[in-house]
Design a protein around this ligand. Structure first.
Ligand code: F6R
Length: 611
């Protein structure tokens, strides 16, 4: 999703801006641009469609000590050079913007009457004309931006420069994350601290309504009422180590293979010899778990499927649990029972719908808010009472893999802590907890055995190269795993894939079955196996081709209609974590055959910061 970088320095900022944009590439984008004020005090603007390297190629002659840059993910207006940011007005002011301006049509109508020419279809262009207009009325850049933001409805993170004030960079934020990075004789702005890893370790998070005046040697922040404010300086823990491919062809493949290590780190320090150490989740964890009678879980996409799996665990343990997609939850009325914990799950911690749902939930009387997240310096973390980090390490592939499995592991640990309160005094450990803890300990090794199936999965993937559709089936907690498998396949191979609870087949989707519709199923050896096998027979009887990941003891075998890959026996609670891994590999190898852009699938973004 859109990314912002800006810099005010005593050296040339162009390489800093380009490097920062490259570091934001993982968020997903379709075009990029920069505007730098040259030593002749001219505004040098470069924009291009596609990768940041295209922008780099046309920016060789650009140099100056202040500038802003942007990666755009189209919302208003198609991906095109004229819609890419920065947008300029009268060749005087340049603006980069994340977010959506809801009253852009009204402002556009007024500005057209004022004589401003429009060169894009974006909502952003009204911002730069409005700032220009205020400057034409005699305001300095800071005051012009301040007046402009008071006229905007919607969400924005803004970086603004003007050749009339060549040493000043203005930043403003409402609803879209923006940080100020601090350096020696230079200061920066960015939508995400990872953009600034090589140039700044210390940063301040702007709060909603804040506007900042940034120069190479000063930073002044003012709140929504115009009062000067201090924001806490945070020392970043991000490093470059996790951004190398280390011999893998794609980050997605690397991240699939990292799951053994990632899950080990998720468990690290959180398991005692026979129990989950809930104090390892933070001082407040005990108090928050004690106050919890039931759960409401909100998330989007893959994180929502993690919630969907976890619901089976929570309810098995006697804890009432509702799950919902954030974008739906936000726009409904709610009845909140006393003692309900509001739990958000997000890999990035920046998903706008999830964040907005949390903000709304805080007004509704939930007992507490808990966030399960992978990014320490993220908005959701800052806004939640308690965060449990998944410790997956940075995930760069847009399609989530290790972030998902570590979410599942974290959720199972939370479920165990709450279970203690359902079955006992909340402190004592029973044999079932000890058993599940042993299952969790065995998980990294079990993941290794599934990764060893890759050659067989490559052979299976060859059956999908010419297909346009696929069905995924599962039952119980493996129904959401089937949904996650279908999502992975459609995201990166662009094959249309749908998942069904296998028992639903006969209620409609069976009509789709023919030899061109591959049916993928996950078949662990659980209490639903026999039911699932009957459902698979329904497919076979109609000439369907089955591709099954099945427990070695399931009795399912490869024949003309069915290709079976055997998975070693696994304990029932951790089975969903294990069974998703071959589905990730299958999607990866099908996408490889299709030749798609696996790490950056078309139209998608890693961090979804718009509605
Ligand atoms: C799919 C995927 C997305 C995200 C969704 C929510 O592979 O990654 O569906 O799960 O956009 O993102 P987070 O987890 O960052 O809130």
């Amino acid at each position: 999703m859109c990314g912002i970088v800006g810099a005010a320095s005593s050296r040339d900022v162009t390489p800093i801006l380009i490097d920062g944009l490259k570091r934001l590439e993982y968020r997903g984008y379709d075009s990029a641009g920069l505007a730098v004020i040259s030593s002749e005090e001219e505004l040098d603007l470069r924009r291009s469609v596609g990768r940041v390297v295209n922008l780099e190629k046309i920016s060789g002659s650009v140099s100056g000590s202040i500038g802003v840059a942007h990666t755009r993910w189209a919302t208003h207006g198609r991906p095109a050079e004229h819609n890419a940011h920065p947008h300029t007005s009268s060749s005087q002011v340049a603006v980069v913007h994340n977010g959506i301006i809801e009253n852009h049509q009204d402002l556009r109508a007024i500005q057209k009457e004022q004589g401003f020419p429009f060169s894009s279809e974006t909502d952003t262009e009204v911002i730069v004309h409005q700032i220009d207009w205020h400057m034409q009325q005699g305001k300095d850049l800071f005051k012009a931006v301040q007046s402009t933001i008071s006229e905007l409805h919607g969400a924005y993170g803004l970086g603004v420069v003007s050749k009339q004030e060549p040493g000043v960079l203005i930043a403003a934020r409402s609803g879209s994350p923006l940080l100020i990075g601090l350096g020696e004789n230079e200061n920066f702005i960015a939508s995400d601290m990872s953009a600034l890893i090589p140039v700044s370790k210390r940063y301040m998070v702007m709060e909603d309504g804040d506007i900042a005046r940034v120069t190479s040697d000063s930073v002044e922040i003012f709140d929504a009422s115009g009062n000067p404010v201090e924001r806490k300086i945070i020392v970043s823990t991000l490093s470059d180590d996790e951004t190398e491919l280390e011999g893998f062809a794609h980050f997605m493949k690397k991240e699939i293979h990292e799951q053994t290590r990632a899950i080990t780190e998720t468990l690290e320090g959180r398991l005692g010899s026979d129990s989950v150490l809930e104090l390892a989740f933070g001082e407040q964890a005990r108090e928050i778990f004690d106050a919890t009678k039931e759960l409401k879980i909100i998330a989007c996409g893959t994180s929502y499927y993690a919630a969907s799996v976890a619901r089976y665990w929570f309810e098995e343990f006697g804890i009432k649990c509702d799950i919902e997609i954030a974008s739906e939850y936000r726009y409904r009325k709610h009845v909140v029972n006393p003692g309900t914990l509001f739990l958000t799950i997000s890999q990035s911690g920046e998903t706008l719908d999830t964040m907005a749902a949390l903000e709304m939930a805080k007004t509704l009387g939930y007992s507490n808010t808990l966030c399960i997240c992978n990014v320490p310096e993220s908005s959701l973390v800052r806004a939640s009472d308690l965060t449990i980090f998944t410790h997956a390490g940075r995930e760069i592939g847009v399609a989530s893999t290790k972030a998902f499995t570590t979410q599942l592991v974290t959720l199972l640990m939370v479920a165990i802590c709450l279970r203690r309160r359902m079955v006992g005094d909340g402190r004592s450990i029973d044999s079932m907890e000890t058993e599940i803890v042993q299952e969790l300990r065995s998980l990294p090794k079990q993941i290794e055995t599934v990764l060893d199936l890759e050659e067989q999965i490559i052979a299976m993937s060859k059956h999908f190269g010419t297909k346009e559709h696929a069905l995924f089936l599962g039952r119980g907690a493996h129904f959401p795993i089937a949904m996650e498998g279908a999502l992975k396949l459609k995201e990166i191979s662009y094959i249309h894939a749908e998942a069904y609870a296998a028992g639903e087949l006969k209620h409609g989707p069976l009509a789709l079955i023919d030899e061109d519709m591959p049916v993928v199923a996950v078949a662990p050896n659980d209490e639903l196996l026999e039911k699932l096998k009957s459902n698979l027979e329904e497919v076979r009887a109609r000439g369907g081709k089955l591709f099954v990941f099945a427990d070695v003891d399931s009795g399912l075998v490869t024949d003309e209609e069915t290709m079976v890959i055997n998975v070693a026996p696994v304990h029932s609670h951790i089975a969903p974590v294990l069974y998703v891994v071959p589905l990730q590999l299958l999607a990866y190898h099908v996408a490889l055959i299709k030749g798609t852009d696996i790490d950056k699938p078309r139209n998608l973004a890693k961090s979804v910061t718009v509605e």
